[in-house]
Write a new protein. Structure first.
Length: 162
C-alpha cells in the first residue's frame, strides 16, 4: 500500500475513551517472530504495560506468530498513541533482548470500533479461536499466547465458554 493510501485509511479514525476496539497489527514482512517463546512473552509484557500506564483495559487478545489481535476498552488516550507506544516499547524490548535487530512491526494497524449491539464475548471468542483456525493448537488451552477477562479457574467452563 502506498503512503498516500495509508493516510486515506486514517482519515475519519476517531478515538473515543471508553469505547471498545478490536486492534490488529502485523509483524514486519509477516515474519513469524512470536514462534519464539521469549519474544512472545516480551511483547505480552508490553501489552500489559499499556494497562499499567492506564492507556487501555485489555478484554481479550491473542498473539499469533506474525500478528496480534487485541480487544480493548480505550482509556483517556488515542488509538494512535496507544499503538505507537506499544510498538515502540515492544520493538525496543525485542532489540535489547537480541531477538530482533530491525523493524519489528509493519507500519499502521487495523482498528474496528465495536457497536453497542455487538456481542463482546462473541468477538472475544473469535479472537481467541485464531490459533485453532490456523492449526496451531487443537484446543485453546494448548496455545500459550492469549488471555481474556472472562477466564475462570474451571477449565471445563472455559472450554464451554469458547
Amino acid at each position: 500500500m502506498e503512503r498516500a493510501e495509508a493516510n486515506l485509511l486514517r482519515r475519519g479514525r476517531f478515538s473515543e475513551p471508553g469505547r471498545l476496539y478490536l486492534l490488529t497489527t502485523v509483524t514486519h514482512q509477516r515474519c513469524p517472530l512470536f514462534r519464539d517463546l521469549r519474544a512472545a512473552r516480551l511483547v505480552i509484557r508490553e501489552m500489559r504495560q499499556s494497562e499499567r500506564f492506564d492507556a487501555c483495559r485489555s478484554l481479550a487478545w491473542v498473539l499469533m506468530p506474525d500478528h496480534l489481535h487485541w480487544l480493548i476498552a480505550l482509556n483517556a488516550t488515542t488509538l494512535s498513541s496507544l499503538m505507537r507506544q506499544f510498538k515502540s516499547r515492544s520493538g525496543t524490548a525485542l532489540c535489547k533482548a537480541g531477538i530482533s535487530l530491525g523493524q519489528v512491526w509493519q507500519r499502521g494497524y487495523h482498528d474496528r470500533a465495536l457497536r453497542k449491539e455487538d456481542d463482546v464475548r462473541k468477538v472475544a471468542r473469535y479472537i481467541i479461536a485464531n490459533p485453532l483456525r490456523a492449526g496451531l493448537a487443537r484446543q485453546i488451552g494448548d496455545y500459550p499466547h492469549w488471555d481474556a477477562i472472562w477466564l475462570t479457574s474451571d477449565s471445563e467452563s472455559l472450554h464451554n465458554a469458547l
